[in-house]
Write a protein that binds this ligand. Structure first.
Ligand code: ADP
Length: 399
């Protein structure tokens, strides 16, 4: 059974085509610069060296997705789009509506619209992606997997903010959490690797990519996570600040003549690694600058690691212990110094790293703690697309 996974952004569509009999990726790629005068699409076909790239005007998502399908048929990936039995959409914000993946219906679309003001950058393009597929694949089964769904197991004392209760009643202001499919995927794998009963497991999952979040997963369920009402809260990210004193917002708004948009922009787009280093939001560039003697780049890295360590400690406290810490995402899977330094000094918690081995681990699964370490430390490459494809298959078979 072939399943197409779609992740639709405002000017891009990421796609992967799976053969679910062996959960393999047949082809994948990206259509980008949609809406601009010159767009581009790439297509990588598994098992071939061939990478197809075309540049052409992509006035809208519908043209882009049509072209993706044309490239797939022209290059022999599929004979016809009717071979695709199900489409799984990566969707971001479902508020409190869904705690798992769901078949796409008019109701689901209405709820995505309703939650758009909670995720204004993500939900509108997600809706567009769903509508585009409904148009291009009439009658094909579709499901949606939400970033927020996995964290719906958080208890109220974990998801509620200590502000006036009326804002929860009126506007549903609370912690939702994001990167749910990634935390789920790596936590499930960690449970397997631990070989313990899932009810007894206490796992901290660190998703460190462009956006970064960390979760406390107790008994296989999300107990807490660092991103909140929006993906701005929590640990340091590429361009986002993570936690700051909310007083800074009002102080700076005054300095900017009340311009809250400027402050919002600064916190979301010009903070984190980029804001402190003044170099880049990309971890590779920041490390290279630090190695070349740039002190602000060094500071950005130090803040990143220090704050990550504080969250790891607090989540161990929240769960009353920890069995495993998992690193994933572009940084988590590739940057040994972040893994090593964020755990340095936590030996009192029973963490003992195999630092030599850790330095050799890039984008592959590994145990980077010593055999004697009470807490296991894992690198587990994430696979959000596979989670979405599995859910699409499961829901298709249930329909
Ligand atoms: P996204 O969150 O957009 O999916 P990724 O998970 O790819 O992004 O993470 C992007 C981050 O990971 C960037 O800061 C990038 O520098 C870092 N990264 C990715 N690959 C490597 C690598 N091989 N070495 C060092 N850093 C890497």
């Amino acid at each position: 059974m072939k399943v197409l996974v779609i992740n639709c952004g405002s000017s891009s569509i990421k796609y992967q085509l799976f053969e679910m009999s062996n959960e393999s990726v047949i082809a994948k790629g990206l259509a980008e610069k949609i809406g601009l005068s010159e767009g581009c699409i790439d297509l990588k076909i598994t098992g071939t060296e061939k990478k197809i790239e075309v540049t052409l005007p992509l006035p809208n998502h519908s043209v882009a997705l049509n072209k993706v399908m044309e490239l797939m048929t022209d290059n022999g990936v599929i004979k016809d789009k009717s071979e695709i039995k199900a489409i799984g959409h990566r969707l971001v914000h479902a508020g409190e509506y869904y705690n798992g993946s769901v078949p796409i219906t008019d109701d689901v679309i209405a709820r995505l619209v309703e939650c758009s003001d909670l995720a204004p950058l993500h939900n509108p393009p997600n809706i567009l992606g769903v509508k585009t597929c409904l148009e291009l694949f009439p009658g094909t089964f579709m499901s949606g997997t939400f970033d927020t769904a996995y964290h719906q197991t958080m208890p109220d004392y974990s998801y509620m903010y200590p502000i006036s209760y009326e804002y929860y009643d009126k506007y549903k202001v609370r912690r939702y959490g994001f990167h749910g499919s990634s935390h789920y995927f790596v936590a499930e794998r960690a449970i397997e690797l631990l070989g313990k009963k899932r009810e007894d497991t206490k796992i901290i999952t660190c998703h460190l990519g462009n956006g970064c979040s960390i979760a406390a997963v107790k008994g296989g369920k999300s107990l807490d996570t660092s991103m909140g009402l929006t993906p701005l809260e929590g640990i340091v990210m590429g361009t986002r600040s993570g936690d700051v004193d909310p007083g800074i917002i009002f102080y700076l708004a005054e300095k900017h003549n009340g311009d809250l948009k400027a402050v919002n922009n600064m916190l979301n787009k010009n903070s984190g690694l980029k804001g402190v280093s003044g170099v880049s939001n990309d971890m590779r560039d920041v490390r290279a600058a630090r190695d070349a003697g740039n002190k602000k780049a060094e500071l950005a890295l130090n803040i990143f690691k220090y704050r990550l360590k504080k969250y790891i400690g607090s989540y161990a406290a929240a769960m009353g212990g920890v069995d495993a810490i998992v690193f994933t995402g572009g940084i988590g899977e590739n940057v040994w110094e972040v893994r090593e330094d964020s755990l340095k000094g936590l030996e009192f918690m029973g963490i003992e790293m195999n630092t030599e081995l850790d330095k050799t681990v890039f984008s592959k699964e590994a145990v980077i703690s010593t055999p004697a370490s009470k807490v296991k430390v894992f690198v587990i490459p994430t696979n959000e697309e596979l989670v979405i494809a599995r859910d699409a298959k499961r829901l298709y078979e249930k329909k």
